[in-house]
Write a protein that binds this ligand. Structure first.
Ligand code: PEP
Ligand code: MG
Length: 544
């Protein structure tokens, strides 16, 4: 088994036989000529032929991948007619008295070199476009007919590089993936692969083609940019399962994209995502989440060996808010303690850390840490649609203290002319039995509740969530939990506030109908569960 690494340009899996694509025979010879006019006429004929071919490719692209993606071939046609490009070719023919093939090849190389040396990565990637059109004109001059890549069976193309026009000419029914030694994720070849939904890995590096033979079995992991050649049985079955799940997920996504999360009888609900880092945004967008219902901000602290600064936090929150483009982003303040211990917090050792100084209790006893986070959050709020949520609330007094600290932070920011949004929603987690039981008192003080069923289950059923031996006693479907959820939902709605669930129970499809009947307004789950949950909601009928 051999593993190669490159840049994945389209996330998908392919399993199939390799077909090594070598151009060969295209060496351009420099020949002296005496009939300059005759050579220029040959050049014009070849250019016309190239333009006709590009017109055909443009039409194919327009039909298969739409106008925006087909535009590159319009640009290719313009490049063929570009004044500077043509002047350079004619100049070489006239002054050096050489054949048109050589003049085109030299001009193509010079222009490609010029693009490659530009600072801008978009312009750098244009080098392959100019090489592509030059090769096409040369092939027309040589009257070679090897520009089409046609294969009799389903294969994975392994090539040194593929030109955009070669990529778009691929027969998608036959080419299930491609791998190139060269290329960048920004090239048109990569962009086209993405739009044609072809799993592709580029920039695998020199030497790849020497180690691959026609008909070798390959696994292409377009997500991680990996190629596995001659996989063992376990690896093969693992990737077959991954491929199956991936296809099912994409079919579901196709079915649900842009559709509302609405039951058969018209009840709407928000389906949001839980994340632990700005790095998770990709999977949030990939799964078409309606927003972020829980950003566990403590992971920003856990990944460091010192307190993250206000600015470091600000940039993380800003990134998430901007990436979500105005969709709701609920960031939970620091929830350290219990199973999430951090050395540099220098906390006292506790007998029962789950019942100890954790989450909001740390924030209220160490307001310096809390205020730094709040400042970062308020500063970031102008970049999107922020909600701030506080964990482990057990009393009205605690919540009022928290709100006072928020007011202090806002006053400090105002004094120094630092802007923050006045549309931030403030919410709390309902994850202690106390908060659920007094939810009618807490609701008037906030904009929303989000139920943390992980801790609510732990504290209601007196079951340490870390202790797997307790699973027979720790049933999150216990009526006590559902009653607390129902009571909290009634409290929230009595005061016109919304309520969501962000604990793991939100993804339990056997409870989705019950949650909808209770009146839950939002379910926030890990990104991989989003599509299945949305599908479930769209198949529920509440009025029977
Ligand atoms: C919960 O308790 O349900 C929750 C979402 O918070 P965490 O799992 O981070 O404690
Ligand atoms: Mg919790």
């Amino acid at each position: 088994m051999l593993i190669f690494k490159g840049n994945g340009v389209y996330g998908a899996y392919a399993i199939g036989k390799a077909s090594v694509f070598k151009r060969g025979g295209k060496a351009v010879l420099r020949k002296k000529i005496s009939n300059v006019q005759g050579e220029i006429e040959r050049l014009y004929e070849a250019k016309n032929q190239a333009l006709l071919e590009l017109e055909e490719i443009y039409k194919k692209a327009l039909y298969e991948i739409g106008e925006a993606n087909a535009q590159i071939f319009e640009i290719h046609m313009m490049m063929v007619d570009d004044e500077d490009y043509n002047e350079s070719i004619l100049n070489i023919i006239r002054t050096q008295l050489v054949n048109a093939e050589y003049a085109v090849s030299l001009t193509g190389e010079n222009f490609a070199e010029m693009f490659s040396s530009m600072e801008d990565s978009y312009m750098q990637a244009r080098a392959s476009d100019v090489k592509d059109i030059s090769n096409r004109i040369i092939a027309c001059l040589l009257d070679k007919n090897d520009k089409k890549i046609d294969f009799g069976e389903k294969i994975i193309i392994c090539a040194d590089d593929l030109a955009p026009s070669e990529t778009v000419s691929l027969n998608k029914d036959m080419v299930i993936a491609f791998v190139t030694e060269q290329g960048t994720g920004n090239s048109h070849t990569a962009i086209l692969a993405r739009n044609m939904n072809i799993p592709a890995v580029v920039n695998v590096g020199e030497g790849f083609l020497e180690r691959i033979r026609d008909n070798d079995l390959l696994i292409i992991d377009g997500y991680n940019g990996e190629i596995i050649a001659a996989p063992d049985a376990d690896t093969l079955s693992k990737y077959k399962a991954l491929q199956k799940q991936d296809i099912e997920k994409k079919q579901l996504l196709q079915k649900l994209k842009g559709k509302e999360n609405i039951t058969l009888d018209g009840k709407k609900i928000n389906v949001f995502a839980n994340i632990g880092s700005p790095d998770n945004i990709g999977s949030v967008l990939l799964n078409d989440a309606g927003g972020i219902g829980l950003f566990r901000s403590e992971f920003l602290y856990l990944e460091k060996d010192r307190f993250p600064t206000e600015d470091e936090q600000f940039y993380s929150y800003k990134k998430v808010l901007e990436s979500m483009g105005g969709k709701k982003v609920i960031i939970r303040t620091l929830d350290i303690g219990a199973d999430k211990q951090i050395d540099y917090f220098n906390m006292d050792k506790e007998e029962n850390p789950a019942l100890g100084v954790r989450a909001i209790r740390i924030c209220l006893t160490r307001p310096d840490i809390f205020k730094t986070q709040l400042r970062a959050l308020y500063r970031a709020s102008v970049y999107g649609n922020l909600g701030i949520m506080f964990p482990m609330i057990t009393s009205e007094k605690e919540l009022k203290q928290v709100l006072e600290i928020c007011d202090d932070v806002k006053k400090e920011l105002k004094k120094t002319n630092i802007k923050y949004s006045d549309k931030i929603e403030i919410g709390i987690m309902i994850e202690t039995p106390a908060s659920a039981i007094i939810s009618d008192k807490l609701a008037p003080l906030v904009d929303f509740f989000s139920i943390g069923t992980n801790d609510l289950t732990q504290y209601t059923l007196a079951c340490d969530r870390q202790n797997s031996k307790l699973s027979p006693f720790c049933d999150p479907h216990n009526e006590a939990i559902l009653r607390l959820i129902r009571y909290s939902a009634n409290s929230a709605h009595k005061y016109g506030k919304w309520i969501g669930i962000c604990g793991e129970l939100a993804a339990d499809l056997t409870l989705t109908e019950e949650f909808l009947r209770i009146g839950i307004d939002e379910l926030s789950v890990s990104p991989p569960y989003i599509l299945k949950l949305r599908d479930k909601i769209r198949n529920i009928r509440l009025d029977d």
